[in-house]
Design a protein around this ligand. Structure first.
Ligand SMILES: O=C(CCC1CCCC1)NO
Ligand SMILES: [Zn+2]
Length: 371
């Protein structure tokens, strides 16, 4: 079993500026400049930990390439692609992808193409049997980007572009997208909303971002009815709720859909220390969730599970969540264990609460619409 790995220094050069964490600085309005929350640090530290603990040596490094405009426009409008390029050409950066929350630095167009191209190279390697599964540690993230709008730090929808490439070029007709980033995978859902060949399943903190998005009734439209599932978990949801959602919704949906490829929008921002959400997952939670997803991929599609890094903003804890994920993906262990496991042990003990059970049951009822 071989796990592919995509990383590139340019991903760290996507410049999100000195916005005050989330918003452009505005000193006269009292909005102080600050390093943007979607900055390279957490991702750099993930890569450094993978390297320092020796796991990098277990991975097949796959070189990314820049996605072509043709590959981008399988998902995005030509006008939007051009918008990102125009914003990226601004000397000194300061551009935005469309919602005021998604900085486009000088040169970010080519970096975002390299992120999407990294996913394309991984799914290609999996389709050719060169790797079983893989992980693309990319910036900028993608799962909020719709066909014509950047959103939530996302420029191009890396996962959606890879899904369309897999269908168009690699003969992988049925693609399942699981999104366990803390925020709703609205962009991916919108892109495939009327398409039964792509199943989207999003587990996220209810109503966190985008506002008023990712509710149970969002179940696909037209021919795609039944092929979008949402599990809007209440704030404070942790191990028990997420593992129940995996068992009651994600795995049964994947079994019914019988995908040729599983893509994972792999955000780690549902972790207990993340500044942009209020969930309580730990490295141990990600380990168990990954174990289940790897099992489903082995059962359904020759192990073909390709993950794209999305959110995850705690520079000190995200690396341990990512390492736990990668150890399960590769079927190996390293000498590094979560040094905060004892600190968060009580968090994982939170009970599975009725209001969480209700959300999961509502999503589980929709699974039978999948055929
Ligand atoms: O991690 C993210 C980005 C969420 C933020 C975007 C603006 C406020 C919350 N999306 O998955
Ligand atoms: Zn997120």
């Amino acid at each position: 079993m071989t796990t592919g790995y995509v990383f590139h220094p340019e991903y760290l050069w996507h410049d999100t500026g000195t916005s005050a964490g989330l918003l452009p600085a505005d000193p006269t309005a009292g909005v102080q400049p600050a390093v943007h929350v979607e900055n390279p640090d957490a991702k750099r530290r993930v890569h450094e930990l993978i390297h320092a603990c020796g796991l990098l040596g277990e991975l097949m490094v796959i070189e990314p390439r820049r996605a072509t405009v043709e590959e981008l426009t399988r998902v995005h409008t030509a006008a939007y692609v051009q918008h990102i390029k125009t914003q990226s050409d601004l000397r000194g950066g300061g551009g935005d992808a469309g919602d005021g929350f998604s900085p486009v630095g000088h040169g970010s167009y080519d970096i975002a193409r390299l992120a999407a191209g990294g996913l394309i190279e991984l799914v290609t390697a999996a389709a050719h049997g060169d790797i079983t599964n893989g992980y693309a540690l990319v910036r900028p993230p993608g799962h909020h980007a719709t066909a014509n709008q950047g959103m939530g730090f996302c420029l191009f929808n890396n996962i959606a572009i890879a899904a369309r490439h897999a269908q168009a070029e690699l003969g992988l007709a049925r693609v399942a997208v699981v999104d366990w980033d803390a925020h709703h995978g609205n962009g991916t859902q919108a892109i495939f909303n009327d398409d039964p060949s792509v199943l989207t399943i999003s587990l996220h903190q209810a109503g966190c971002f985008p506002p008023d998005s990712g509710w149970n009734h969002e179940n696909g439209t037209g021919d795609g009815t039944g092929y979008a599932l949402n599990v809007p978990l209440p704030p404070g949801s942790g191990h028990a709720a997420y593992l129940n959602a995996m068992h009651q919704v994600v795995l049964p949906a994947l079994d019914r859909f019988a995908p040729d490829l599983i893509l994972l929008a792999n955000g780690f921002d549902a972790n207990v220390f993340d500044p942009l959400a209020r969930q309580m997952l730990t490295a141990a939670s990600y380990r168990e969730m990954t174990r289940l997803l790897v099992g489903a991929a082995d059962r359904l599609c020759h192990g073909r599970l390709i993950a794209a890094h999305e959110g995850g903003y705690s520079p000190f804890y995200t690396p341990y969540c990512a390492l736990a994920f990668l150890e399960e993906l590769t079927g190996t262990t390293t000498h590094v264990t979560d040094p905060l496991a004892a600190v968060v042990a009580g968090y994982t003990a939170e009970p599975f609460l009725p209001h969480q059970r209700e959300v999961i049951a509502a999503a589980a009822q929709l699974v039978e619409r999948i055929s």
